[in-house]
Design a protein around this ligand. Structure first.
Ligand SMILES: Cc1cc2nc3c(=O)[nH]c(=O)nc-3n(C[C@H](O)[C@H](O)[C@H](O)COP(=O)(O)OP(=O)(O)OC[C@H]3O[C@@H](n4cnc5c(N)ncnc54)[C@H](O)[C@@H]3O)c2cc1C
Length: 376
């Protein structure tokens, strides 16, 4: 595509930063518009699997991420009651070689601090919440909540599960409540008072699960999330304060090893879980969606962020090599939809690594090298 094309990326999340980083490296003029006034260290961790970390290596931030996060020794699935190990995957030099990249746990705020470096200074306009898109010649006029207007040729909607860009392509449709809520906490590991936990454990119950893991290589900070069924989310807020007591009561029957983790938590918050039904239309005109804007997944496979990063690599390759944007979007959709659909299916089923699991198709995938699929 013509390198003079003015590209607006809406949203400076994992997907937006990745696609902008690659497009800038191949000579495109890209600006990112982000609604938040700045990046903040919000209280959550994130797991990045090898299919994502190998992309971030191409953007020259893998080392910084390893320095700020932790390469866990293993991932263990344990039964909620007996504590029995149901599945374990080792992460070591051999697995890194096989998968083509490390498995990494990191604090989301630290991840964003590092990811911000993949784009040229001045690329991100903070405090720019997209509120309107109008046709303007062959391109679009964007209007932001702060009153700014910008004319562009192409829009990439990387604006998350409540995407505004999606509304201009597919109409207004609220995300789907997944019938579950998540307790979340972050705390210093010294609060465990010497009790040792594995680097990354998923505790599997009959209708609920929990996942505590370290977020730093010093193993001094722990993130824990516990997901339980819920009929509805009644608040209009995206997060509510909760308590260690409520978290413990929700997991009262769980193994004593997991209770030790909950008992060490300080502040606990409660979050609703949303996704969207699969929808295979990701573009319209010169607008295209990526990441949670088009395919938000339930967080049970820890793969939504990785999918946004993969999208960024594939979408940038399509735009670099195909002249017509609409044709480039078709290649992108056809290349992505089957894989993302499988991740959505597994995430709804919540079966990933519960027991013996074939992981190569997921971890070994390299979106910077994988063949692009020609549309029929
Ligand atoms: C509890 C939980 C745990 C998870 N754990 C993992 C995990 O371990 N591993 C993993 O890979 N994934 C995980 N995910 C999924 C992952 O967080 C998302 O899939 C990922 O953040 C999607 O990236 P994105 O760039 O598409 O969107 P986002 O990260 O949501 O970024 C969207 C950006 O757009 C901005 N924005 C929104 N609207 C506008 C607007 N109108 N104008 C301008 N800017 C706007 C937002 O402020 C935000 O910065 C988890 C999700 C949840 C809910």
């Amino acid at each position: 595509m013509d390198r003079k094309t003015r590209i607006a990326v809406i949203g400076a999340g994992l997907g937006g930063l990745t696609v902008a980083g690659f497009l800038q490296r191949s000579g495109f003029a890209v600006n990112i518009y982000e609604q938040a006034p700045e990046f903040s260290r919000i209280g959550a961790g994130i797991i990045l699997s090898a299919n994502a970390t190998k992309v971030l290596r191409r953007l020259a931030v893998e080392r910084d991420l390893i320095a700020t996060g932790i390469k866990p020794n293993s991932y263990v699935s344990r039964a909620w009651d007996t504590g029995e190990t149901m599945y374990e995957i080792q992460f070591d030099a051999a697995s890194e070689q096989r998968f083509g990249g490390p498995y990494l746990n990191v604090h989301r705020g630290d991840l964003h601090n590092v990811l911000e470096r993949v784009v040229a200074p001045g690329t991100i306009s903070f405090d720019h919440r997209l509120i309107d898109v109008q046709k303007a010649g062959s391109g679009y006029r964007l209007t932001f909540g702060n009153g700014m207007m910008v004319d562009v040729d192409l829009i990439i909607g990387a604006d998350g599960i409540n995407s505004k860009v999606r509304e201009f392509i597919l109409g207004v449709e609220p995300p789907r409540f997944a019938g579950a809520v998540a307790y979340r906490a972050i705390f210093p590991s010294e609060r465990l008072r010497g009790f040792e936990i594995a680097d990354c454990t998923k505790w599997w119950g009959p209708d609920r699960h929990a996942l505590p893991y370290y977020m730093t290589s010093r193993r001094d900070e722990i993130y824990v999330i516990g997901v339980v069924p819920a009929a509805r989310w009644e608040s209009d807020k995206p997060v509510l304060p909760s308590s260690r007591k409520a978290f413990r009561e929700a997991f009262v029957d769980f193994h004593a090893d997991f209770h030790r983790v909950i008992d060490a938590a300080g502040d606990v918050t409660l979050w609703p879980i949303y996704d969207r039904p699969r929808n295979d239309c990701w573009s319209g005109g010169r607008m295209v969606l990526m990441g949670d804007a088009c395919h938000p997944v339930r967080p049970y496979m820890a793969a939504g962020g990785a999918m946004a990063i993969e999208d960024g690599a594939i979408l940038s390759r399509c735009l670099e090599t195909i002249d017509d944007p609409a044709e480039a979007f078709r290649w992108y959709e056809v290349t992505r939809i089957e894989r993302v659909g499988e991740v959505q299916r597994i995430s709804i089923e919540n079966s990933w690594m519960r027991g013996p699991t074939e992981t190569d198709w997921f971890y070994c995938y390299d979106p910077c090298l994988a063949p692009l699929t020609q549309p029929a």
